[in-house]
Write a protein that binds this ligand. Structure first.
Ligand code: ADP
Ligand code: MG
Length: 317
């Protein structure tokens, strides 16, 4: 879907922000880019919608070079959400959401339907919020509208640059949860930048760890946790740091099970975190056995969430 071939970016002052990276982001994937501040994440994102020109290499979207796309079409077909979303202050929420559909000359009836549909989707009562101005909304609500606006014209790709990092922890978790359930419904290709590993583990189908303009490792949350490529990644995912990880016990996270399926992988209840993660890299669910009996099952999501919950909130840069 989105492919980077040896892409580099050097700014005019000589800063090499991105150094010959290769990426292959799949259709419908939730792809998270994480790294310390200054590692090149925003530059990567902005090259996709041509807000920043490349110095060398090629980016393809659906097999076509981004330079071969009409710039307006490219921008309209890629939703973009920023940390401090710039909702236009003098426009109503409805008008803000309608910007790209208006540019695309949708019929007014269709635009109005779309605004209401989107507001409902993110839990903002359309009759109340459609006509409000941005300053009449909380930060969390504004960010919700920002996400909605990016989705308005139904673009296949959404870029999100630390969209929740200015929010308080509770709004942030709520929006993350909403985004997960939203993604289940809309199945977009999402490229999401963060410097919070907890957020990355929670949201990402795959996570790309960047450092100094280079890709250090790409993998699923389980792969990063179980097999960090080097010390930098190990530190970043915080392995061995949380007290929970030290005292890992499958007992704490067992889900009830009546009868395991034939084909299910099996672990003893005494398994270590590392053994559990290795097995979860290949299986979504694992039956857990103790004294010859099945006592429950663990699934990937629960383990990752539990681990993420025990981590430091943010990685210092
Ligand atoms: P991140 O989003 O990971 O914090 P950025 O992509 O914003 O990283 O920046 C990567 C590097 O490029 C940093 O060293 C940053 O200072 C530099 N940089 C970003 N934008 C510019 C610019 N317009 N001109 C010069 N250097 C820049
Ligand atoms: Mg950035």
């Amino acid at each position: 879907m989105i492919q980077f071939d040896n892409v580099s970016k050097q700014y005019r002052d000589g800063t090499k922000a991105v150094d010959s990276i290769n990426l292959h982001i799949k259709e419908g994937e939730f792809f998270v880019i994480i790294g310390p501040s200054g590692s090149g994440k925003t530059t990567v994102l902005k090259m996709i919608n041509r807000l920043i020109p490349l110095t060398s290499g090629t980016i393809f979207i659906n097999g076509k070079r981004i330079s071969d796309y009409d710039i307006h079409e490219l921008r309209w077909d890629i939703g973009y959400v920023l940390q401090q979303i710039a909702l236009f202050p003098h426009m109503t929420i409805g008008e803000n959401i309608a910007i790209v559909p208006e540019l695309k000359n949708w019929e007014q009836v269709k635009i109005k339907e779309r605004i209401d549909e989107l507001l409902e989707m993110v839990g903002l009562e359309p009759d109340i919020y459609r006509i409000r101005k941005p300053h009449e909304l909380s930060g969390g609500q504004q960010q919700r509208v920002g996400v909605t606006r990016a989705l308005a014209a139904n673009p296949p790709i959404i870029l999100m640059d630390e969209p929740f990092s200015a929010l308080d922890p509770i709004s942030r978790e709520k929006l993350q949860d909403d985004l997960i359930s939203l993604q289940k419904k809309i199945k977009k290709t999402i490229v999401f930048v963060t410097h919070d590993m907890k957020e990355a583990l929670k949201l990402g189908d795959r996570i790309c760890v960047m450092k100094d303009g280079e890709v250090v490792q790409i993998g699923t949350p389980e792969e990063l946790l179980a097999h960090p490529e080097n010390e930098f990644v190990r530190q970043f995912v915080g392995e061995g740091q949380g007290p929970y990880i030290e005292g890992f016990s499958l007992h704490e996270i067992l889900l009830p099970i009546s009868e395991p399926e034939e084909s299910m992988a099996v672990l003893p209840a005494s398994a270590s975190l590392e053994e559990t993660l290795s097995l979860l890299a290949a299986h979504n669910e694992i039956a857990v056995e103790e004294d010859g009996e099945f006592i429950g099952l663990v699934d990937r999501q629960t383990v990752i969430r539990k681990l993420a919950g025990s981590m430091r909130r943010e990685v210092k840069s």
